[in-house]
Design a protein around this ligand. Sequence first.
Ligand code: ATP
Ligand code: MG
Length: 459
Amino acid sequence: MKRKINNSLMGTATLAIVTTLLLTVAVCYHLLKNQIWEDLEVYAETMGFFLQTTDEEKLQGNHEEFERKMVENHIRVTYIDTDGSVIYDTMADASKMENHKDRPEVVSAFGMGVGKKIRMSDTLEQNTYYYALLMENGMVVRVSRDADSVYRIMEYAFPAILLVTVFLFAACGLLSYFLSESIIHPIKEIAKDVEKVNEIESYEEMQPFIEAIKNQHDDVLGNARMRQEFTANVSHELKTPLTAISGYAELIENGMVSEEKEVQRFGREIHKNANRLLTLINDVIRLSELDDNETDDMLEPIHLWDSAQTCVDMLQINAAKHSVNLKLEGEDAAIMANKQMVEEVFYNLIDNAIRYNRENGTVTVNVRNQSDKAVLTVTDTGIGIPKEHQERIFERFYRVDKGRSKSTGGTGLGLAIVKHILIKLNADISLESEVGKGTKIEVTFKEIIKDEYSETEVS
Ligand code: ATP
Ligand code: MG
C-alpha cells in the first residue's frame, strides 16, 4: 500500500514536471520568437526608411556608424538590389557575397513585400531569424539576428528543472510516507492489540471498519463469557442431583437403611434425581444442537392444530395432576416448519403454563390465522411473571423462582430452547403477564401456507 501511494505520487509529480516543462518551454519559445520578429520588423522598417532617403555617398559616409550600432545589438543588416545582388552588409564584405535572389525570405519580400525565415545553425544551438522588407525603390532590406534555439532554452532551464524535480520528489516521498503512515496507523494499532480498539484514534473513512472490528470483538468476548457462564451453570446444576444420588446410594451401601419402606423412598429419590440429570443433559444437548448452525433442519408443511393437539394430549395427565384445566381452541393454520421443533415449542410453553399455574386454574391453547400469519397463544391463569423478569426468562438457566422451578423439575432451559427454535423458524414471540393473574405468550409464524396448500394432506 505504502509503495502504491508512493508510486502514484511520484508518477503524478513526474507527469506534472514534464508537462509544465514542455508547456513553459513552448510558451517561452513562442514569446521569444514573437519578440524577435517584432524587433526585426521595427529595425527593418527604420533601416529601410533610412536607407531609401539617403544617397549613395551619404550611405557610405554613415557606414561606420551603422555598423557599430548594429553590431552592438547583434543585428545584421543586408541591403539587396532588385536583381538580388548584395549592395551592402554590416557584417560582411558585400562585394564578396553571392547573389541573394534565391533566399526564401528575399523571394517572399520581392513577391509579397515581406519575407520571414528562421535558419538553424549546424550546432542546433542557435537560430538565425531573417526579416526581409521590400522598399519603395524596389530594393530589399534584410535584417537578421541570432537567437537561442528551443534546445538551448531547454538547456538553460535544465538546472532549474532538475532542482525542482529533486525538490518535488523529496516532497512526494515525505508526503507519501506521512500519508500512508496516517492511513495505516489505525490498522497497525488494531493488529497490535484488539483490546484497545476503543481507544484508537482514526479518521472518518476508517470508522465503519473500526466499528465492525469493535462489534466483532465485543461479540467474541460476549460469546466467550456466555459459554463460560453456561459451563459453570451446567456444572452447578449437575452437582445437586449427583450429590443427592451419591448420598442416598452411600446410605444404602452402608446398611444404614433397614426398613423396606425407607429403601423404597431412597430409591425413589435416586430415581427422581437421575431423571433430573437426564432432562438436564438432554436440554443441554438440544441447545448445543440448535447452536450448531451447520445442521440443516428439514422444513415441511405442518398443521399447527395437529401439533397443538398432540402436545395437549401429551400434557393432559400432567395438567390433571396439577388440577389444571387444559383446553385447545381455534382453527387450523398451516405453515412451513420443522414438526419436531414446532412441537418442542408448544410443549415447553404449555408445560410452563401448567407448571406455574394455581390449583383449579386453566390453560387455554389457541391456534388461528391472522392477516397472513399463523398465531399460537398459550394463556394461563397462573402466578404470572414480574415485569423485571419478563425479558430475562428466555436466558439459559434463568428462573424467576428457583425453588418452585426446581421442585417441579425445571432446568431453566425450556424457554432458551424455545427462543432458539423460533429464530430458526423465523417466528416471533411476545409475552403479556401480570403477577397473580396469569400469563399470555403469543408465537407468530410468518412462513404461512396459503389456502390451497393447507387443504392438502400432510403428515
Ligand atoms: P424447564 O427447562 O424444565 O422448562 P423452567 O420451566 O424453569 O425449566 P423455562 O421454561 O425456561 O424454565 O422458564 C424460565 C422461567 O420463567 C421459569 O423458571 C419461570 O420462573 C418463568 N416462567 C415461564 N413460563 C411461565 C409462566 N407461564 N408463568 C409464570 N412463570 C413462567
Ligand atoms: Mg419450562
